[in-house]
Write a protein that binds this ligand. Structure first.
Ligand SMILES: Nc1ncnc2c1ncn2[C@@H]1O[C@H](COP(=O)(O)OP(=O)(O)O)[C@@H](O)[C@H]1O
Ligand SMILES: [Mg+2]
Length: 567
C-alpha cells in the first residue's frame, strides 16, 4: 500500500519538474522479474524527457531511462513487489516535503536514495550529496527485511518485543490485581469454588452413607462434636480427609478475628456452629502443611489443645486456598482476654492448670500402637493460647512444633532455633547454647515460656489490692519489637526476669504462681520444672483450696517442696 502510494506520488510530482532547472536526474520506472534478473527490463518513461545520448541514462541492469531536471533532488527507489523488482527514478522540487519522500519511508524490501548533486544522475554517484539513504537488508530471500542504519537482524525482534512487552505487562498487572484482591477478600475466592463441590461431596456423604457400614454415624446429620467424638479412625488423629474437605467447603466465613505470623483467622459458620478458619497465604504452604500434619498426630486430641476439625487446600488456578478449620473460642486468645479482663485467684489457678495440662499432654510420649510422640510447641505465648467459654484454656498455633521419635531419638524437622517469638525465647535459644538434637531441650524451652505466661496471668489477678494493667513480659526492659540481641542482653547478660511484686506473697494463689513461674524460668534449663510437675502441683493446690482436706494440703506442700528437684 505505502509503496504504491509512493510510486504514484513520484510520478505525479515528476510532472511538475522544471526542465530548465540545474540538476539532471534519471527518470522512469523499470521492472525486472526476480526470478530472471538478467532479462530485459520493461521501462516506463511516460512523464520523462529523452536522454541526450543512449549511454547517459542506461544502467548496468540493462534498462535505459529518460531524464528530468530539477533545482531540488534526484529520487531513486528500488523495491521488491512479490516476484518483481521495480526501480523508480524521478526529480523532486526543492519545496517538495522531503520528510515524506526522502525520510522515514520505512517499508519492508525497499531502498531509497534522495540526493541533490553535486553532479547529474547523483543517485548513481558514489560521492553524491545524499539527503537520505535507506538501505535494505538482503537475505537468501532477497529484500526480506528493511531497516535504516540499524542491525537488520534486530528489526523483527524489536517489533515482536514492541507488541509482546505491553501485552505481557498488562496481563501481569491484571494477574497481580486479582491476586491482591483475593488475598484481601478470602471469602470471595473461596466461596466461588466451594459451591459446586458442596453439591457433590456433601450430598454423597448424606445419601450414600459411606461410613455407616463400619458403624459410624451419619455425618450429614451430626454436629461437629458428634462427628469428632465418633470418628471412625478411633486414633484421635482427626476426621477422614474426605469428611474434612466436605466440612471445609461448607464453611462460610463471617469476620476476621485474628492475625498472626502466617495469615488471618476468621470466624466461620458450619451448619449453624461457629468454627475458626486459619487462612494461610499460598507462600506459607509449608506452614499450613506442617500445622495440619501436627494436628493430625495420632492421639493428639485433648481438651486443652485446640480442637482440630479440618484442613483443606483448593487450587483455584490463580491462587491456592489453604484452610485450617478448628473449634472457635469466642473469648479469643489469652492475650486478648487478659488485655480486657481481670481474673480471680481461683480462676487464675484453673487457667494455669489447663495450660500446664495441655502442655504436658503435648510433651508426653505415649508408647504403643496408638501411641503419641512427644511434641514441643516452640512458640508458647499468650497469643497462642485460647480461652474457652468456661475460661479454661487450649494451646493453639502448633505450626512450629517439633515431634520426638523415641525409637531413633530424633527430632522430626531440621531445626532453626530462631523461629519462635523472641520475647518468649528461653535464654539458651537467645544465646544459641541449646542442644537442638536433644528433645528435652525443647520441652524445657517451652516451660520457660510457660513461666512468662503465668506471670502475664498473675498480673491480672484481682485478688490483690494493687491490680496491674496488662503488659507483655519484659515490657519495661525491651522495646515493642525486640531483636534477639536486645533480648539476649536483658535475659542472658543482665539475667533480668519479670518482676513479681511483694504483694503477691500475701495471697496464697499468687504466692503459688510466683513460686512456680520462678521455677520455670531458671537459667539452667534442667533445673526448671516439667509441665507435668506444674500440672500436678497446681492440681493439688486447687484441690486443697476447694476441699480444705488436710491430707491433700500436706501432699501439696510436699510436692511443692520437691518440685524443683523432681522432673
Ligand atoms: N480457634 C480460634 N478461636 C478464636 N480465635 C482464634 C482461634 N485461633 C486463632 N485465633 C485468633 O487468631 C490469632 C492468630 O492465630 P494463630 O493460630 O496464633 O495464628 P498464627 O500462626 O498466624 O500466629 C490468635 O492470637 C487469636 O487471637
Ligand atoms: Mg500465633
Amino acid at each position: 500500500m505505502g509503496e504504491t502510494r509512493l510510486v504514484l506520488g513520484v510520478l505525479v510530482f515528476a510532472v511538475f519538474v522544471d526542465i530548465s532547472a540545474g540538476l539532471k536526474c534519471l527518470c522512469g520506472v523499470s521492472m525486472v522479474p526476480l526470478t530472471d534478473p538478467v532479462a530485459n527490463p520493461t521501462v516506463i518513461t511516460d512523464s520523462c524527457q529523452e536522454a541526450d545520448n543512449s549511454e547517459e541514462a542506461c544502467l548496468d541492469h540493462g534498462a535505459c531511462y529518460g531524464v528530468c531536471h530539477t533545482d531540488g533532488y534526484c529520487f531513486k527507489s528500488i523495491a521488491r513487489k512479490d516476484t518483481v523488482i521495480r526501480r523508480t527514478y524521478s526529480c523532486m522540487e526543492p519545496w517538495f516535503p522531503n520528510f515524506w519522500m526522502c525520510r522515514d519511508q520505512k517499508m519492508a524490501s525497499t531502498m531509497y536514495t534522495c540526493c541533490s548533486g553535486p553532479d547529474d544522475f547523483c543517485t548513481e554517484n558514489e560521492n553524491a550529496t545524499k539527503i537520505t539513504e535507506i538501505s535494505f537488508h538482503q537475505t537468501n530471500n532477497f529484500f526480506s527485511s528493511f531497516i535504516r542504519n540499524e542491525d537488520p537482524d534486530r528489526s523483527p525482534l524489536l517489533l515482536i518485543l514492541a507488541i509482546a512487552v505491553p501485552i505481557i505487562t498488562l496481563a501481569l498487572v491484571i494477574l497481580i490485581s486479582i491476586l491482591i484482591y483475593r488475598q484481601c477478600h478470602p471469602r470471595f475466592g473461596y466461596q466461588m469454588v466451594a459451591k459446586p463441590i458442596q453439591n457433590t461431596v456433601v450430598i454423597d456423604l448424606g445419601s450414600s452413607r459411606p461410613l455407616t457400614s463400619s458403624g459410624c454415624m451419619d455425618e450429614s446429620q451430626s454436629t461437629l462434636k458428634d462427628m469428632i467424638e465418633s470418628t471412625c479412625s478411633g486414633s484421635g488423629a482427626g476426621l477422614p480427609i474426605l469428611v474434612q474437605r466436605s466440612i471445609a467447603r461448607q464453611v462460610s466465613l463471617l469476620e476476621c478475628v485474628g492475625k498472626g505470623r502466617f495469615g488471618e483467622v476468621w470466624r466461620g459458620h458450619w451448619r449453624g456452629e461457629s468454627v475458626a478458619v486459619k487462612i494461610f497465604s499460598s507462600r506459607d504452604e509449608k506452614s499450613w502443611f506442617r500445622e495440619s500434619e501436627i494436628y493430625q498426630t495420632v492421639m493428639l486430641r485433648h481438651e486443652n489443645v485446640l480442637g482440630f476439625i479440618a484442613s483443606d487446600n483448593k487450587d483455584e488456578g490463580v491462587v491456592t486456598q489453604l484452610w485450617l478449620v478448628t473449634e472457635y473460642y469466642e473469648n479469643g486468645s489469652l492475650f486478648d482476654y487478659l488485655s480486657r479482663s481481670l481474673v480471680g485467684g481461683r480462676q487464675m489457678i484453673r487457667m494455669a492448670i489447663s495450660i500446664a495440662t495441655g502442655l504436658s499432654h503435648l510433651h508426653m510420649d505415649i508408647i504403643g500402637t496408638q501411641g503419641k510422640p512427644a511434641i514441643a510447641h516452640r512458640d508458647l505465648k499468650s497469643r497462642n493460647i485460647l480461652v474457652k467459654k468456661d475460661l479454661s484454656c487450649s494451646i493453639a498455633d502448633l505450626g512450629l512444633c517439633v515431634r520426638h521419635n523415641s525409637i531413633t531419638d530424633e527430632v522430626d524437622i531440621p531445626i532453626n532455633n530462631k523461629v519462635g517469638t523472641k520475647r518468649y525465647m528461653a535464654p539458651e535459644l537467645l544465646d544459641e547454647s541449646i542442644d537442638e538434637k536433644h528433645f528435652d531441650s525443647w520441652k524445657r524451652a517451652d516451660v520457660y515460656s510457660l513461666g512468662l505466661v503465668f506471670w502475664e496471668i498473675a498480673r491480672r489477678c484481682s485478688d490483690t489490692p494493687e491490680i496491674q494493667e496488662y503488659q507483655m513480659p519484659y515490657f519495661d526492659v525491651v522495646n515493642s519489637d525486640p531483636s534477639i540481641e536486645e533480648m539476649n542482653q536483658a535475659v542472658c547478660v543482665k539475667k533480668i526476669r519479670p518482676s513479681c511484686p511483694e504483694e503477691w506473697n500475701k495471697n496464697e494463689s499468687l504466692k503459688m504462681m510466683t513460686k512456680l513461674m520462678k521455677e520455670c524460668w531458671f537459667e539452667n534449663p534442667s533445673a526448671r520444672l516439667t509441665a507435668l510437675r506444674i500440672k500436678k502441683t497446681l492440681g493439688l493446690f486447687a484441690a486443697q483450696g476447694e476441699e480444705g482436706d488436710e491430707k491433700i494440703k500436706a501432699k501439696y506442700i510436699e510436692s511443692v517442696n520437691n518440685s524443683s528437684t523432681t522432673t
